[in-house]
Design a binder for this molecule. Sequence first.
Ligand SMILES: [Zn+2]
Length: 300
Amino acid sequence: MAKVIGIETGPEKLRIVVANTITKKFKTSYYGNIKIETMLDQIFDEVKKIENFSGIGITVPGILDLAKGKLLYAPSMNLRNVEIVKPLEDEFNVPVLLYHSTIASVLAEKLFGAGKNAKNLVYINIGTWIGTGVIADDKLILGKEGNAHELGHSVIDYNSSVKCPCGEYGHWSAYSSSRGMLNYTRLLLDTKYAGVKTLLRSAKNLNADKIFSLAKKDKVAREIVEEVGRINAIGTANVISAYDPELITIGGYLAAKHKNQVLTPITRHVKKYTINKVPKIMLSPLGDYATIYGAIADFL
Ligand SMILES: [Zn+2]
């Protein structure tokens, strides 16, 4: 049985990788527009089609109870208290490893990506949520229940009226996750930019991707992308102050898709917000695949 399976879950998406542990060849499948309610059934259906595998690694973006193999709360998916490990172990009779998505990503960065030689490495996910996976002094940092990855919910502004997907205000994710960026833009259009002409106002089905594209021709959109980038720089500076990493890699779907628009403002502003020596900060070479590769990293 030279096969292992990795499963990446996220809002509306599911990715499954089948990896050969000998040849190290991967076959990845992507499923979009998934309804949360049917995601677990779909995982079972897809895994049942795969034969002769010896383990499953699964990633979820949320607060975990690692010892119990449960997801406690995933704000980006509006899920609470879901048993993950036991149903999969019962059905498939193989070891099942549960990871937070960003923890899996930093493992992948260390094993397959830019962090091979780094003893102090942080992976920052900038996408449907903000999260941080940390390897410090060559050890993966997990925390008491496995939740040392939630700097996305650290407070950027305690007086903020920008609501985070978790329901609280002023968190890093409230501004810079894909949904957060849209909420923040709408707020700015009604306040700072009230009455100012901008293509953002007439854009149909506005979302984070459109804000990034409009920034190439619209001044207000460009200023908002810069401001969100400054907030990402503040979050990144907090990461540097906390962990003093030698390398920070930035991944997640917004970073993978809008590369320099995400990275450049971070590198431009980060120095202002930390007194530590700023480490190398780069886009993850794994693009949007860090999480799914991390799901199988411990089996290889
Ligand atoms: Zn939050």
